[in-house]
Design a protein around this ligand. Structure first.
Ligand SMILES: C[S@@+](CC[C@H](N)C(=O)[O-])C[C@H]1O[C@@H](n2cnc3c(N)ncnc32)[C@H](O)[C@@H]1O
Length: 258
């Protein structure tokens, strides 16, 4: 995939544009969709990725592990898995806040935190990642997993993460990507475009939601392009590495101190 310039939030595929318009916008569509699938979300993730999603979140969390007294923010926390992973790799007195705009996802997340006895280390709040209700320089690190692809304005999302992160603080972003190998990429797309929506229909009675997934990835920037978007939002020292042959990428960056 070539890198167009200037880097910007990609235009959604035409079939998605129609769905967003019918729902009253992309945010409304995404929120409603996650509200419907919240019950099966964790199970579907583990099934679709054969359990690799946990390892990817752990690797992402390690990039932004918090020192004693540190504060971290997980954007689009959903059922809280990345926030939990971050708390677990951080100093015991570090605190993590997870923000998400879908109340149903947060409800399952809070239940999980109670079950795991992590309520004192991780707090889940309802809020919009593109308009964060936090002062600037509030957090030592920000992270997200499988979220920025769903944002209405990707650049605004990264700009908000930058605003609330302290100078010298870090960001880590785990997101679907595009395998650089054409052969592996074709095999992956066959699975992702055909099998995943069927799994969604069988397990969650949610064919629509799980057909959104491959379509949303098809127009999402590749890893070098996403790096540029983060740099244009103000992040520095941005690097990325692929997991599972490029099915996902983890981007990391630092907020400048000057
Ligand atoms: C694919 S889920 C990822 C959940 C979680 N991060 C994980 O690793 O499983 C995407 C989540 O992002 C949330 N989301 C998408 N855009 C958002 C935004 N602008 N503000 C807050 N939450 C958002 C959705 O509600 C959903 O819970």
């Amino acid at each position: 995939m070539s890198v167009p310039g200037p880097a910007s939030t990609p235009t959604p595929a035409p079939e998605l544009r129609a769905r967003f318009e019918a729902a009253g916008g992309k945010s409304a569509y995404v929120q409603r969709m996650f509200g419907r699938i919240a019950r099966v979300y964790d199970l579907m993730n583990h099934l679709m990725t054969a359990g690799l999603d946990r390892r990817w979140r752990d690797a992402t969390a390690r990039r932004v592990a918090l020192d004693p007294g540190g504060h971290g923010l997980d954007i689009g926390t959903g059922t809280g898995d990345l926030a939990i992973a971050l708390a677990r790799v951080s100093a015991p007195d570090a605190r993590v806040i997870g923000v998400d705009f879908t109340p149903e996802m947060l409800a399952f997340g809070r239940e999980k935190l109670r079950r795991l006895g992590l309520m004192d280390r991780v707090e889940l709040r309802q809020g919009d990642g593109e308009r964060l209700a936090f002062d600037e320089d509030s957090f030592d690190a920000c992270c997200s997993a499988f979220v920025v692809r769903n944002m209405s304005d990707l650049r605004q999302g990264f700009a908000e993460m930058l605003r609330v992160t302290k100078p010298g603080g870090r960001v880590a972003c785990l997101e679907m990507s595009h395998p650089p190998s054409p052969i592996f990429g074709a095999a992956f797309h066959l699975y992702f475009d055909r099998v995943v929506p069927l799994l969604g229909r069988l397990i969650g009675r949610a064919f629509d939601a799980y057909s959104y997934l491959p379509t949303s990835v098809s127009t999402f920037p590749d890893a070098p392009h996403l790096k540029r978007i983060m740099e244009e939002a103000g992040w520095r020292e941005v690097t990325y590495d692929y997991r599972a042959g490029g099915v996902v990428a983890i981007h990391v960056g630092v907020k400048p101190t000057d």
